[in-house]
Write a protein that binds this ligand. Structure first.
Ligand SMILES: [Zn+2]
Length: 302
């Protein structure tokens, strides 16, 4: 393979890794630290309590000084593609990340430059590199792993973290979903292999758009596909609390989708008598609406 071909493969792989599998339901570009703007709107509208999922592939933020050391005194970061966080972009620069046991080539450099150089890796990247990095929120380099970056003109020592998953929300999103800035919540990825991510920090700012940011390991773990989203399960620390008691028992014989929508609008905890049949589409309505249902508590003729 020629150097040109290798560069093409790396570029294609990067484009794939940086692809966003889900997009915001109403706002188009979701506010993201590192993910690009969604390319397409989802084919079906997301339920009102859905939090779009966005994936951040491994990447590097550089200080202006490290940019010059790696790529020369005249080096600048040229915008290749805008990311969903306002002002952030995928630059034209790529670096080799070198650890104790291995290296990863073609790691994307995001712009603009930052005060401190920071590498964000997935846990699987750390294994390949032979480093132990902490799971920190972006910007927190406490306990960060030591790595070397190699550019066209030189190399620098730097620090790496595994970026902690987090939710971005506007104040309006937060109010609608019952979230607050600094809160930690459990969220369920509604995907082919559903997973609950626990204690996910919530960040609320007017210039954000609603999104849950995962790294590539997390996205692969839940078999994420385009259009997948997450729903909030409970505020962290309260998930062992018992559900509230149901006020009434529903004794209808069949609950179809239309009836389920009526019931979902009437309460978040429903109890159905034994013998009541819920159609799959009705169950889907309750799942998407985060309606807690209890079945089989009482005989239908009680
Ligand atoms: Zn983010």
């Amino acid at each position: 393979m020629t150097a040109q071909e290798i560069r093409q493969v790396v570029a294609a792989t990067l484009a794939d890794l940086l692809r966003v599998p889900a997009s915001a339901p109403t706002k188009g570009a979701g506010a993201s630290c590192v993910s690009p703007s969604p390319a397409h709107a989802p084919s079906a509208p997301l339920p009102p309590n859905a939090i779009p999922l966005e994936v951040s592939a491994r990447h590097v933020h550089l200080s202006a000084e490290d940019l010059r050391t790696l790529f020369g005194d005249d080096a600048t970061l040229t915008r290749e593609r805008a990311l969903s966080q306002p002002g952030e972009y995928l630059s034209d620069k790529r670096v080799r990340v070198i650890g104790a046991k291995g290296a990863i080539d073609g790691v994307a450099v995001l712009g603009p430059t930052r005060r401190v150089t920071q590498v964000e890796l997935a846990a699987s990247d750390c294994r390949k590199l032979g480093v132990r990095a902490p799971v920190n929120l972006s910007g927190d380099l406490s306990g960060a792993a030591e790595l070397q970056l190699q550019g066209d003109a030189g190399s620098v020592q730097c620090r790496a973290i595994i970026a902690r998953n987090h939710i971005h929300a506007t104040p309006a999103d937060a109010a609608r979903l019952g979230l607050s800035d600094g809160q930690r919540v459990d969220v369920r990825a509604q995907s082919a292999r559903p997973l609950i991510f626990a204690d996910v920090p919530v960040r609320v700012r007017p210039d954000f758009a609603l999104a849950l940011h995962l790294d590539t390991d997390e996205a692969n773990a839940c078999a994420l596909q385009a259009g997948d989203y997450a729903t909030v399960q409970s505020p962290a620390g309260t998930r062992t609390a018992p559900p509230p008691p149901a006020a009434t028992v529903i004794t209808e014989k069949l609950i179809d989708e239309a009836r389920a929508k009526q019931l979902a609008a009437s309460g978040k905890h429903l109890t159905f008598a034994r013998g009541t049949v819920l159609t799959p589409s009705a169950r889907d309505v309750f799942l998407r609406g985060q309606v807690h249902i209890t079945e089989d508590r009482l005989p239908i003729n009680n």
